[in-house]
Design a protein around this ligand. Structure first.
Ligand SMILES: [Zn+2]
Length: 237
């Protein structure tokens, strides 16, 4: 392994480990130690540079995802980044003597309160705000999918589970994790379709997956995105 730097046109440098082998193609891998490049022994520096530049979008995306997996828990401070329906928003604390309100204005989640210094108060209010956004969104999605399937649902409720995104029981009650409202709409839709498919198939059989695919064809991509986002979605506890 040889330590190298990839210089991007914007001046950014990406360090990587170069592993020269008897092989014909270039292989890229993101590991705990960053980017590893497996390349043919006879490759020239120019050829290597050119291929890595072509792949730099992919490399940066994967490195960012790795980094995202090492997220710190929320501290509920002014300026902290939040996620809402796949959009980056910024927690904005505004001390106010009387008003207590949480509102989304542009990309800022404004928390006006006499208690902006109290992290647990801010946390409670912001979580409440997320839940208030989540329930009507989830109910609307469930209703649309139910109509499409010719099914009925008896209740849609929010869950606060640590490890599950949703559930469905034989009484046709659907529960969806409020944290999902942070995710991009297609990820929310995927989880809704997954649980709705359980209305007809209470298992993970081939029939279940066929039904899920008919309700949400891009499920594989959405599942991947959800997995990658999971640490971020769990930042709020
Ligand atoms: Zn399932």
């Amino acid at each position: 392994m040889i330590a190298r730097q990839l210089q991007l046109p914007n001046g950014q440098q990406i360090p990587y480990q170069l592993d020269l082998r008897a092989r014909k193609t270039i292989g890229l891998k993101i590991t705990d130690h960053g980017l590893v490049v497996h390349a043919p022994k006879r490759i020239t520096a120019t050829q290597l540079q050119q291929i890595l530049l072509e792949k730099s979008g992919w490399i940066q995306q994967k490195l960012a995802l790795r980094l995202a997996n090492q997220v710190a828990p929320m501290q509920w401070l002014d300026g902290e980044p939040l996620l809402f329906m796949g959009q980056d928003i910024v927690l904005t604390l505004i001390a106010h003597p009387t008003i207590k309100a949480v509102t989304l204005e542009g990309n800022r989640l404004l928390v006006r309160s006499p208690h902006t210094e109290q992290a647990d108060w801010v946390a409670r209010k912001v979580l409440q705000w997320y839940a208030q956004q989540a329930l009507p969104d989830f109910k609307r999605r469930v209703a649309l999918v139910a109509a499409q399937m010719g099914e009925t649902v008896s209740a849609v409720a929010l869950s606060n589970a640590k490890s599950r995104w949703g559930s469905c029981n034989s009484r046709k009650q659907i529960r969806l994790n409020w944290r999902l409202i942070q995710a991009p709409p297609q990820v929310i839709q995927y989880v809704v379709c997954h649980e709705m498919a359980h209305l007809k198939e209470m298992n993970h059989s081939a029939r279940f997956y066929a039904l899920q695919a008919s309700l949400f064809p891009a499920h594989a991509q959405a599942e991947k995105t959800l997995k990658a986002l999971s640490p971020i979605l769990h930042r709020m506890t």
